[in-house]
Design a protein around this ligand. Structure first.
Ligand code: GDP
Length: 478
């Protein structure tokens, strides 16, 4: 089996040039249109930090994509999709809020703004879509699923604080994804603002301002007063124009899941960003491992809409479960095909999860053998929405110390089920529910096993309890 370099790059959501560069390093000269064999492809894939999936496994999906692509036509310019990144407290949320507040077209502003994971604004130079979860955790969660949802990264740097660790990380993430950066030097209203220092520090990281002869647009802004935000939006539009972002307007929609949650009375609510084609009410969509007919669509103002084109975020009802953020979605005409691919993906997901659990067990065994004095606090975590799950996972991740390691052995969205209890029992884990409860069977099972299930509705409450549990695990000092 052979694969074209360009196709391989597309599957990994990286630039073809990155693949040819890597091939060159491995001593092989190839252009984007050359084909390489599967062994070489696997090496490349591994080298780039992905899990290789043999060709036969993806055939089901490839057939589906071929069928969908044939139906798209009428290519047009599309709005850019922007993610805001930067160090904590540098003003990412404030900036998102300010743009929403000042730029949402009047008339719509009257409606209550819903959080659907993204919103779009109309500027003099065209529409811009912002992903609403700032920070690089969401950005890399999407990318690890192969979803290149972001076209442009806006890097927020507080003028009174300068470059910080997460600023650097954000730059690295954007570079790894090949996504252009626009810098927003924020908090210019503060007397202690020192934008030149920011420019200097960024230069050291090879992010060089256009004013200094580099190619990175930088806007001096204040998310508090609104100063400079128009300029920032203009830079975004100009960058987008240079990128010549396009997508077919007609045909079956394809895109990416940006958020999903279970809502009382509404069931699974899934926010998607359309990347190609037009999504319509009544369409049969396949999203990650699930499929269903779109019963209703709403925009970020909670308004019912009938259709959504490229780069437009919408919330849809009609899927039976909540697919993971970063999952691909696409409209299919054939229900049988949808079921086939959904089953195939569900199986693959199960296998990968098993793999992860197995590796985890092995790792823990090795670790315990090597470092006799390390304790582990195992956790099984269920939450109401993906957003809180991701937030909790990253917060828990940071709790590990040299003596006690926090390990989330399983996590997901939805009520605590019997299998969660079984898993927690077999791995001696604590079972935590965030804004979810255990169902009846799970409760009985937990009672029988004399297991404690703990419920929370505040992130800090959960984190504090985990910290307390960790200190309980600490070996007494001699
Ligand atoms: P995030 O952690 O990056 O999302 O940062 P936030 O948006 O939560 O902002 C952190 C703090 O900085 C908040 O107290 C904001 O009110 C404040 N802040 C954000 N932008 C500005 C600004 O332009 N000027 C001033 N003076 N304060 C700001």
């Amino acid at each position: 089996e052979q694969i074209a370099v360009a196709d391989l790059a597309q599957r990994m959501a990286v630039k073809a040039r990155e693949v040819t560069k890597l091939l060159m390093k491995m001593g092989e000269m190839a252009t984007e249109s050359d084909t390489i064999d599967q062994a070489t492809a696997s090496l490349i894939v591994e080298e780039m930090g992905h899990n290789p999936v043999p060709v036969s496994d993806t055939k089901v999906e490839d057939d589906l994509h071929d069928a969908v692509d044939e139906r798209s036509s009428n290519v047009q310019a599309r709005p850019p999709v922007v993610t805001i990144m930067g160090h904590v407290d540098h003003g990412k949320t404030s900036l998102l809020d300010k743009i929403r507040e000042t730029k949402v077209a009047t008339g719509e502003a009257g409606g209550i703004t819903q959080h659907i994971g993204a919103y779009h604004v109309k500027t003099a130079r065209g529409v811009i879509t912002f992903l609403d979860t700032p920070g690089h955790a969401a950005f890399s969660a999407m990318r690890s699923r192969g979803a290149q949802a972001t076209d442009i990264v806006v890097l927020v740097v507080a003028a009174d604080d300068g470059m910080m660790p997460q600023t650097e990380e954000a730059i690295d993430h954007a570079r790894a994804a090949g996504t252009p950066i626009i810098v927003a030097i924020n908090k210019m209203d503060k007397p202690s603002a020192d934008p030149d220092r920011v420019l200097n520090e960024l230069t050291a990281k090879q992010v060089i301002s256009e004013e200094w002869g580099g190619d990175t647009p930088m806007a001096r802004i204040s998310a508090k007063t609104g100063e400079g935000i128009d300029e920032l939006l203009e830079y975004i539009s100009l960058t987008a124009e240079l990128m010549e972002l396009e997508a077919p307007l007609d045909g079956a929609a394809q895109g990416v899941v940006i958020e999903s949650r279970l809502e009382k009375g509404r069931g699974p609510v899934v926010s998607v960003l359309v990347k190609k084609g037009t999504l319509k009410q009544g369409d049969l969509v396949l999203a990650g491992e699930y499929y269903g007919k779109v019963r209703a669509m709403t925009d970020e103002h909670g308004k019912r809409i009938q259709s959504a084109g490229p780069s437009i975020p919408v919330e849809i009802l009609g899927l039976p479960e909540t697919p993971a953020a970063g999952s691909e979605f696409l409209v299919v005409t054939d229900e049988k095909k949808a079921r086939e691919v959904a089953d195939f993906r569900a199986n693959r997901e199960r296998e990968q999860q098993l793999d992860r659990q197995n590796t985890m067990r092995l790792e823990s065994l090795f670790e315990q053998m090597e470092q006799g004095d390390v304790s582990f606090l195992n956790i099984v975590l269920k939450t109401d929405v993906r957003g809180s799950l991701e937030a909790l996972l990253s917060a828990l991740n940071e709790l590990s110390t040299d003596e006690v390691k926090v390990r989330v052995i399983s996590s997901g969205v939805g009520p605590i089920s019997e299998s969660d209890v079984t898993l927690a029992e077999s791995s001696e884990a604590v079972l935590l529910g965030f804004n979810v409860r255990a169902d009846a069977t799970a409760r009985r099972k937990a009672d029988a096993a004399d297991m404690d299930i703990r419920y929370y509705s505040v992130i800090y409450g959960l984190i504090d309890d985990v910290k307390a549990a960790m200190s309980g695990l600490l070996a007494p000092e001699h």
